[in-house]
Design a protein around this ligand. Structure first.
Ligand SMILES: NC(=O)c1ccc[n+]([C@@H]2O[C@H](COP(=O)([O-])OP(=O)(O)OC[C@H]3O[C@@H](n4cnc5c(N)ncnc54)[C@H](OP(=O)(O)O)[C@@H]3O)[C@@H](O)[C@H]2O)c1
Length: 272
């Protein structure tokens, strides 16, 4: 498995997203993914599936130290005390001594960022998380977080796919040494219906979704596609045996549009 190196972390380039996967389906998909070669699983306290993720991990038989497990602390738990409680509950549910990556899931304007970043760094210092990072931060918040953090922030998890121009937030994150982890990397499966991706894929014997994921990993962006279908696990993983030309990379980047976002931010506070 190829990795992206960032501020001391080695993050496997493909992971399994688990949002909305629950119970036995979640445990089975995690187990199957790991047996297929995936070495990175993305969960969150808010997904309510950490117990199932832990079960899938143990059922896979893959040694713990070969798997990169990421979880997140939800927006409502960003005070110092709640942050620690949430992190410890995640570890109890996963039945792990530490996660490989702990993220602030979504910023909360009602809690000082300094307090939350302090709590995040404390989790790393105390060994509950091997690495730490952020998710859904604005340009301004990225700058503030980098200034406040006393431990390295290794990644920024953001919505990222060809239909959304994230170039500014990617550049700002990378300026501080953070890797980019793309959530909703197939734009919630809609890449499947895109004619440009399908045409490029045809020339390589690949699906439109594979081209979409390849476009991201070819830019050193980690992808965490989610599927509930075992047969798609293999499809989403088979993206390292072909290469997109510079012309293809450009054509795909041109698919970005102002309506491209698939995760709704409308209910979120407005950050600058
Ligand atoms: N940090 C955050 O705020 C945040 C926000 C959103 C997501 N995430 C994380 O990122 C992960 C991925 O994002 P996502 O779940 O929003 O979107 P996604 O991975 O882009 O898309 C998932 C959808 O695509 C379909 N799909 C998957 N593989 C496919 C394929 N090869 N061909 C056609 N359709 C395919 C799935 O359907 P089937 O199940 O039917 O295959 C599912 O409906 C999440 O699971 C979660 O772990 C984080």
């Amino acid at each position: 498995m190829q990795v992206v190196e960032a501020n001391g972390a080695r993050i496997p380039l493909v992971g399994l997203g688990t949002w909305d996967l629950r119970g036995r389906v979640c445990a089975r998909m995690v187990e199957a993914a790991l047996q297929l070669g995936y070495r990175h699983i993305d969960t969150a306290a808010m997904y309510g599936n950490e117990r199932a993720v832990g079960e899938g991990l143990r059922a896979s038989g893959v040694p713990r130290d070969e798997v990169f497990i990421a979880t997140k602390v939800w927006q409502s738990d960003l005070s110092a005390r709640d942050f620690e409680r949430s992190t410890k509950a995640s570890l109890t549910n996963l039945r792990l001594a530490a996660v490989d990556l702990l993220l602030i899931h979504w910023p909360n304007p009602n809690i000082p960022l300094a307090e939350t970043i302090g709590a995040l760094c404390k989790m790393k210092r105390e060994g509950l998380a091997r690495h730490i990072g952020v998710s859904n931060f604005t340009l301004n918040l990225i700058k503030q977080a980098a200034l406040l953090a006393t431990e390295p922030l290794v990644c920024h998890q953001i919505e990222c796919h060809p239909f959304l121009d994230q170039s500014k937030v990617i550049a700002a994150s990378r300026k501080h040494g953070m890797a980019i982890v793309a959530y909703s990397p197939s734009a919630r499966g809609s890449a499947k219906n895109n004619a440009v991706l399908a045409r490029i894929g045809k020339a390589h014997g690949k699906s439109a979704v594979q081209v979409c994921l390849r476009w991201l990993v070819q830019q050193d962006i980690v992808v965490i596609p989610r599927t509930s279908k075992p047969e798609r696990l293999a499809e989403n993983f088979a993206i390292f045996d072909f290469e997109l030309s510079a012309a293809n990379m450009k054509q795909i980047a041109a698919l970005a549009n102002p309506e491209g976002r698939v995760v709704d931010w409308s209910g979120s506070p407005k950050w600058d």
